[in-house]
Ligand binder design. Structure first.
Ligand SMILES: Cc1cc2nc3c(=O)[nH]c(=O)nc-3n(C[C@H](O)[C@H](O)[C@H](O)COP(=O)(O)OP(=O)(O)OC[C@H]3O[C@@H](n4cnc5c(N)ncnc54)[C@H](O)[C@@H]3O)c2cc1C
Length: 408
């Protein structure tokens, strides 16, 4: 049995755990990242068919961490967002012209982000990638935490960062109170080519079963996120490809011309998971382990990136003042910095889904009025846009474009 000592141990090598490792490596901390999937399997393909809409501030963060240059040739700028509802007058059109001519975000394939993060972490001398291992046990004491891996080796550290996803085994082991709601909806995700150009426009159409979004990708492709009640999603995936694509295309009034599917589709059952407390002794929850939200606004990853940016600031301040990075005081400051952002996005995405995935005639009328109202009121629309771009509130260093420095 081998004992190894680290400053921070990150559990989970998803997009959030990998970003956390890269960001913390800039603080001169000694980091271990533990992931149950083997490294080479993830580098080849993790089977993730999704793309992520990275907000403008998320882009600043990835740039500050030194990986935007590696991603940008695969990133399609979002220039316009058209939100509509079938058979109502309501329609919102967000244009980058209203946002200082900056793109409102970028669409990138998750697989590409993950590979880039893995390679950048591999090149960091103070990050140890412990892949192909899961966790058998976990204990926390006054001065350290200890993780027992599936090969029986022990890792000791000052802080455990749980980025182990929505079903977080660590959250369950520690008994942190969690709210869970099954939306009984499933997103079918796939990539298409189309005969007409997307011109950088993201389309989102609200339908009673859930929204369908067409997100612009490089090379005249779009990523489709088609959300339906789970029973209907099952029927849709049993259709032949031509009927399936026809169904997707008519939902956005065939505005991209003829669609052809690239590869296959994948399904993602949707739920809300929200931990009321995201800290315990020498433990923090980040990303989906702390909050899995509905993808209706494409914000889950962006929210997790903001967790990391705030955590890195708090750990840098701790180093500067000589505090233990796993001490309760440091973690408490982190938790309070995340309260408003986390709870407001959980509430907003849950509320939006309830409002739009509904066939009541009265609600439909109100929705239509609401959508056109937002479209007409310029300043209000700009506030919504800046929030989606991640520009509201006090920003941590990584979102402002600087690396936090332990000595500043
Ligand atoms: C359909 C859909 C579309 C979305 N689109 C967007 C979007 O456009 N923009 C956006 O911002 N967000 C989007 N999201 C949300 C985003 O994908 C998630 O918020 C994000 O991927 C969460 O990353 P994570 O690293 O926290 O969790 P995960 O990706 O779940 O990673 C957790 C990792 O932990 C590992 N793990 C778990 N348990 C253990 C263990 N015991 N030992 C070792 N390893 C373990 C897992 O193997 C996994 O690699 C979307 C979500 C869905 C469902």
């Amino acid at each position: 049995m081998v004992h190894t000592q680290f400053d921070c141990i990150i559990l989970g090598g998803g997009l959030i755990g990998l970003t956390a490792a890269l960001a913390l490596s800039k603080l001169d901390l000694n980091i271990a990242i533990v992931e149950r999937n083997p490294l080479e399997k993830l580098r080849k393909s993790s089977g993730d068919q999704r793309t992520s809409a990275i907000s403008a501030s998320g882009k600043v963060m990835l740039d500050t961490l030194g990986i935007w240059d590696l991603l940008k040739s695969n990133a399609e700028p979002i220039l316009d967002i058209r939100v509509s509802e079938k058979n109502t007058k309501g329609f919102v059109h967000y244009s980058h012209v209203d946002a200082d001519n900056e793109p409102m975000g970028y669409i990138i394939e998750n697989e590409i982000i993950k590979k880039t993060l893995i390679d950048s972490n591999k090149a960091s001398p103070n990050v140890s990638l412990i892949f192909g291992q899961s966790v058998n046990g976990f204990s926390s004491g006054d001065s350290a935490i200890q993780l027992e891996l599936s090969d029986s080796n022990l890792l000791n550290g000052s802080l455990l960062i749980a980025a182990d996803g929505a079903n977080s085994p660590i959250r369950t082991l520690t008994g942190l109170k969690t709210t869970k709601i099954d939306y009984k909806q499933t997103s079918i995700v796939f990539t298409v080519n189309h005969t007409l150009p997307h011109n950088g426009v993201a389309h989102e159409r609200f339908l009673p079963g859930g929204p369908i979004a067409f997100l612009p990708m490089t090379d005249q492709r779009s990523s489709v996120v088609w959300t339906e009640k789970t029973s209907i999603a099952k029927e849709l995936t049993n259709l032949d490809t031509e009927d399936f694509l026809r169904g997707a295309s008519i939902r956005i009034d065939d505005c991209l011309g003829k669609l052809s599917i690239i590869g296959s589709w994948a399904t993602y059952p949707l739920s809300l998971t929200y931990a009321e407390n995201i800290i315990e002794d020498r433990l923090v929850l980040v990303g989906d382990a702390a909050h899995r939200i509905h993808p209706i606004a494409g914000q889950g990853l962006n929210l997790g990136l903001r967790d990391i940016a705030h955590l890195v600031d708090k750990l840098a301040q701790a180093q500067h003042t000589g505090l233990d990075v796993g001490s309760y005081e440091v973690l408490r400051r982190f938790q309070s910095s995340r309260l408003v952002d986390n709870t407001s996005l959980v509430a907003a995405t849950d509320g939006l889904n309830r409002l739009f995935s509904n066939d009541s005639r009265v609600i439909k009328l109100l929705r239509g009025v609401g959508l056109s109202g937002v479209n007409m009121v310029g300043p209000l629309k700009r506030v919504f846009m800046r929030a989606a771009m991640g520009h509201l509130g006090q920003l941590p260093s990584l979102l402002e474009g600087t690396l936090p420095h332990p000595t500043s």
